[in-house]
Write a protein that binds this ligand. Structure first.
Ligand code: PGA
Length: 256
């Protein structure tokens, strides 16, 4: 379980699922089932179209934060179909950047992820930056190199007060949506590797910055995955689309 220096966070990444009505219903169910003092900070990342309705629904409920799954780095202009971090400012608290589906399906590079991260920070929002290796990279023993390089690209040269506002999500690509999560030892090892990189860039911050695990987190696997001291909660995909299961995952973030 997370260090006392860091509050655990469990974020539900709904990906491209739920229309507005469904999103409202799912958020209502999460709201109704959450204890008054959840053991973790809870953040929902619905599709963009539902951020505003959910903002209205959750107004005054400080147990649940909202985040966007992506953004564009320019503030405004002729970028058809894009939404800027600046525009998200009044809608949410967090923005996920660098999810492997963005990197793999939409060709986002480390440099572009960094531009997004800078834009999120410049807008006063908090980035959750996702890093992770493919199965081939893991089998070749390159996990720490790959995620280390992604983390370095995100944190290098960042002002310490900005770096302190970031959360990292370690999401091995082979574990996403496959029902096969990493082992708690592998999750902890990856979180340690990420912290070593942060430590080399921002020594004062390495113990302060949260590192989440993501990839087939479920009600069954969550307690084990969140048990290592290095892991500060989770980024949850499929299981976040069922309120009961998501609430069980949040419950698993409680200290044992
Ligand atoms: P999953 O997705 O929990 O469905 O594996 C996690 C993610 O992609 O954030």
């Amino acid at each position: 379980m997370t260090s006392p220096l860091r509050r655990p966070l469990v974020a539900g990444n709904w990906k491209m699922n739920t229309g507005v009505e469904e999103a409202l219903e799912l958020a209502r169910q999460v709201q109704a089932g959450l204890p008054d003092r959840p053991p973790a900070e809870v953040v929902l990342l619905p599709p963009l179209i539902s951020l505003w309705p959910l903002r209205q629904l959750l107004r005054g409920d400080d147990r649940i934060g909202l985040g966007a799954q992506n953004c564009y780095w320019e503030r405004s202009g002729a970028f058809t179909g894009e939404v800027s971090a600046a525009m998200l400012r009044s809608l949410c608290d967090y923005v996920l950047v660098g999810h492997s589906e963005r990197r793999q399906l939409f060709g986002e590079t480390d440099d572009q992820v960094r531009l997004k991260l800078d834009a999120v920070l410049a807008s006063g929002l908090r980035p959750i930056v996702a890093v992770g290796e493919t199965l081939d990279q893991r089998q070749a023993g390159r996990t720490d190199d790959v995620i280390g390089a992604q983390a370095r690209a995100a944190f290098q040269g960042l002002e310490p007060d900005l770096a302190a506002r970031c959360t990292v999500a370690y999401e091995p690509i082979w574990a996403i949506g496959t029902g096969r999560s990493a082992s708690p030892e592998d999750a902890a090892g990856a979180a340690d590797a990420i912290r070593r990189v942060i430590d080399s860039l921002h020594p004062a911050l390495a113990r302060q910055i949260r590192v989440l695990y993501g990839g087939s987190v479920s009600a069954e696997s969550a307690a084990d995955l969140f048990a290592p001291e290095a892991v500060d909660g989770g980024l949850v995909g499929g299981a976040s689309l069922r309120a009961g299961e998501f609430l069980a995952v949040v419950g698993a973030a409680a200290p044992v």
